[in-house]
Design a protein around this ligand. Structure first.
Ligand SMILES: NC(=O)c1ccc[n+]([C@@H]2O[C@H](COP(=O)([O-])OP(=O)(O)OC[C@H]3O[C@@H](n4cnc5c(N)ncnc54)[C@H](O)[C@@H]3O)[C@@H](O)[C@H]2O)c1
Length: 370
């Protein structure tokens, strides 16, 4: 299959395709003319995330698990590309389900990589900034040393599982010639993020809209970089298409940094809420021994130098979009408090569709990620 510009149309498998990032990726791939099949066990993903695609002639969804080698073998048999996103995601979920999460993330990746080997199907594997562990304070580079906490704290199991996934993928690449790309997502946000694993922006927005206290874990001086899902999907697709990305690890996200305290203040101000900031210790929120990173900023030079990627959506815009989306889900007027309509960026039709759809299907749960 060739498209008019000469580039090849592909048959693509997206694991975790009913999840937050996965469903946006599926939409982008369909928009580019590809044939897409998605598999998801709906553990944290939602059928409603892809409901609007079910009648699409080039889309097929299978409810099932990537831990099933027979199913994965069938799904991979005739595809040209795999995006592996299926995983137990987020610190809250992993702390609550440590054994399931480790098995899911490590064995799931192994099953996918095994299935890809015979025909050397290129795999883009989604990893996480969590692999940097405690970090070192500066912008994090892909080749930096990493320090993880003690194994008795299951909080570090997610970081460890994603690290093992990376080692596995790189070993399949080196020893079996499997084409792979590893993407380390930093906090990725936007419509359809589901709400129970600790992602801060939707939680703050909901609390502010409800006039409830804004719950900040720790002293709020920890900083993060929140990137828009449309930017992340665009960057991932740039890497998937670039031959020199093969065998490499890439940070992806934004380097626009904000403290959690400042983030809460900006959300309260944008919404015009009278919510107050409430501080909860990590111990009370996550149990004994929980550690958080004071700073987590990506060094984006590798992805920029190779494919020219820069994030386009600022934090301010991301907040407007998220507030707008949650307002729409609640049937509230679609105007932010500053009087500006939070219109969707013209270069991101995917998300425009997503936002229209999430309101059309009566509300998609918003929540936490990674
Ligand atoms: N959102 C972020 O900020 C972030 C940050 C770092 C890394 N990531 C990575 O990006 C990927 C997608 O995360 P997300 O934020 O969209 O979370 P998500 O929970 O919405 O997506 C994960 C999807 O995988 C599915 N899944 C889990 N186990 C499965 C299994 N065994 N078989 C089939 N499907 C399974 C879930 O139902 C869900 O739909 C994950 O690999 C995650 O580790 C996300």
């Amino acid at each position: 299959m060739l498209r008019s510009g000469g580039s090849r149309l592909k048959r693509i498998l997206v694991t975790g395709g009913a999840g937050f990032i996965g469903s946006h990726l599926v939409e982008s791939l369909l928009e580019r003319g590809h044939e897409v099949r998605a598999v998801d066990n709906l553990s944290t993903g939602r059928r409603s995330n892809i409901q609007h695609l079910t009648d699409h002639p080039r889309f097929n969804f299978t409810e099932g698990t990537v831990l099933d080698p027979e199913l994965v073998g069938r799904l991979v048999a005739d595809v040209d590309q795999i995006f592996h996103l299926a995983a137990s995601v987020g610190v809250r979920y992993v702390v609550d389900n440590p054994l399931l999460s480790l098995k899911n993330n490590i064995h799931g990746a192994e099953v996918i990589l095994d299935a890809a080997v015979p025909r050397k199907v290129p795999v883009v594997l989604f990893s996480s900034s969590e692999v940097y562990g405690k970090g070192h304070g500066g912008p994090l580079h892909e080749d930096d040393d990493r320090i993880l906490g003690a194994t008795r704290y299951s909080r570090w199991g997610y970081a460890a599982s994603k690290s093992v996934d990376e080692f596995l993928a790189l070993a399949y690449h080196r020893e079996m010639g499997l084409p792979i790309r590893l993407v380390r997502c930093f906090n990725t946000c936007g419509p359809r993020q589901v709400g129970s694993y600790g992602m801060v922006i939707p939680r703050f927005v909901e609390q502010a809209l409800d006039g409830k206290g804004i719950t900040i874990y720790g002293d709020g001086e920890q900083s993060r970089c929140f990137s828009f899902v449309g930017d992340v999907v665009r960057g991932v697709l740039m890497l998937a298409d670039h031959p020199e990305a093969n065998g490499q690890v890439f940070n992806i996200g934004t380097d626009e940094e904000v403290t959690v305290r400042e983030l809460a203040g900006r959300i309260v101000e944008k919404i015009g809420s009278d919510s107050r900031l409430e501080f909860v210790s990590y111990h009370d929120a996550f149990g004994p021994g929980f550690e958080d990173m004071p700073r987590r900023v990506p060094d984006l030079s590798r992805i920029h130098d190779l494919v020219g990627y820069r994030p386009e959506v600022t934090l301010d815009r991301l907040l407007d979009l998220t507030i707008e989306n949650i307002r729409m889900e609640r049937g509230m007027p679609s105007t932010s408090s500053n009087g500006c309509h939070a219109t969707v960026p013209a270069e991101m039709p995917t998300v425009a569709v997503a936002m229209a759809m999430s309101s059309a299907i009566g509300g998609v749960p918003i929540g936490d990620g990674d």
